[in-house]
Design a protein around this ligand. Sequence first.
Ligand code: MSP
Length: 649
Amino acid sequence: MCEKCKGNFYITTPIYYPSDKLHIGHTYCTVATDAMARFKRLQGYNVMFLTGTDEHGQKIEDKAKEAGITPKQFVDNIVEGPRGVKDLWKLMNISNDRFIRTTDDYHVAAVQKIFKKMYENGDIYKGTYKGKYCKPCESFWTESQLVDGKCPDCGREVQDAEEEAYFFRLSKYADRVQDLLENTDFLEPRSRVNEMVNNFIKPGLEDLCVSRTSFSWGVPVDFDPGHVVYVWVDALFNYMTALGYMNDRHDDLKDFWPADVHFVGKEIVRFHSIIWPAMLMSMGLPLPKKVFGHGWLLLDGGKMSKSKGNVVDPYVLAERFGVDALRFFLLRTFPFGSDGNFSNEALISTINVDLANDLGNLVSRTVAMAQKYFGEKLPAQQLADEEKDAELVSMASGLRTRYEEQMEHYAFQNALAEIFKVISRANKYIDENAPWVLAKSEENKPRLARVLYNLLETVRICGGLLSPFMPATSEEIAKRLGGAAMDWDSLGVFGTLPCEVATVAGPALFPRIDMDKELAALEELTKPAVEEEEDPLPEPLPQIEFDTFEKVEMTVVKVLTCEAVKKSKKLLKFTLDDGTKEPRQILSGIAAYYKPEELVGKTLVAVTNLAPRKMMGQESCGMLLSAERGDKLQLVMLNDSVPAGSRLV
Ligand code: MSP
């Protein structure tokens, strides 16, 4: 550690899956971590800020196959390629000290050693895995953990899985982990503690499956070929291998481990607050000091995800509105521990109100008045007015303390609110003191100089404390104040700026945005490049009598099994529960639209009194209803709660 430093501080983001380009949700987490890292540096800490990418797992293997390239080529492109992860962090002015990729050779070798050590000390053993697997989340679940039969994290379908596998004795650590969660501040916000204890520990913590044999894109278990290490074991240890644990690529473990805080999204709190400490306990290693589970950035009330097609591209936003405005918006608008709804309207309005109006105006007006009334420098002769100045001076003097208190609790929104209270007060101070009136008489010049000094000094303190959020803007403000000091000590002292401060004029920091025009432009941008042509409506059929319609028996059915029909490109064969004791067989020409496994368990509608007919030599007793238009087709699906055998009326 450097001699002058207050101490070491180690902070991490989760390592992101490079299965797709990152979106504004990922950017949110990294920007928050960056703000914290910059704040700690500002305070005088020696900071290690780590981010990276989590590159193994079946999803990435599948995606690479789809793209016809190797998994390594696939991740290389997303991580290092144009507009990839590294480019995004550069654009967003992220000040990470290190970037780890789980495919880095030193990390792979270290994970193998870690796995072996846990095996040798008896905490990893071989058994048979039987249960459910959620592929997108790379998570195994027991029946009891599923919510309505689906993945408790993402709500998607899970698959049956059974294979020989290694297990980690997670159950052995249940009591110690529960104690850690309940009796320390290890996990924050506190509300997440109850969630973990009630949903995962109290129902009984089962041993964790920590190897897979059904795919190969992972860290091989070196003493048992064919097994790869479960991606979460591989991923979690990144926080230590990046410092040199079990490798000699780095050598900072003694300075930075245990980590001060891991910032993670709320859906991965379970991995960080239960599995991660248990594995560290098993290895006899110190635990991180804190895990902070932040909320999600939602779009229209739902989570952003590529598969839902509702992601927001941070490149587009940063390029249109500026990096600092985007960074600021993310941390000013949403409380870090809770979910927040992202919208372009909210972004533009924050820029207009806080940045253009309040901050931007304060800086421009103050600098412009200083130059107009005094030229390059303020005069040394200044006249304070205790009564008129007291409130502003006291608010600006105490700002650093109030701000620090909030920042130490990761309450970014509150820390920014403190700054903006002072900015508003300063704008009011301009109106109260009316410098344009003071300027009219020579005798008021010393008072005018003091009013402007107080404003410039307030701008300096606010600008300096904004630096973790808007580093480039903060630098620009320092420049406009003639290269003013913005170090931590000076930000706690009102009166640091020299009396004869020399200001520098410049363009508006944040020009106002025309909301309607901008929203229209954004909409235009996000429209698909070529408008998809609507398929023509199908020709209407001749009318039928109600009696005829009534003769059609439409029944709710549940899919018991579904498989492709050999030698047929079109047909899928279903066995269905139609409410009777006998399963019903129906063949349907929908193979081009659905994979058989997606349909098992689904609730569909069938015409059940259609005379049986043979298709490809097999009997089909009825017809599944689907909606067709042009070349699109969708099965009619009902909510799972409708029982099989119900009649459509
Ligand atoms: N690879 C794992 C993490 C391993 S850490 C040892 C992973 N990756 S992820 O790419 O799916 O997500 C990484 C982080 O991004 C998570 O903390 C997640 O919560 C965050 N976010 C992804 N979408 C988000 C939002 N819409 N909003 C806020 N954060 C979001 O999980």
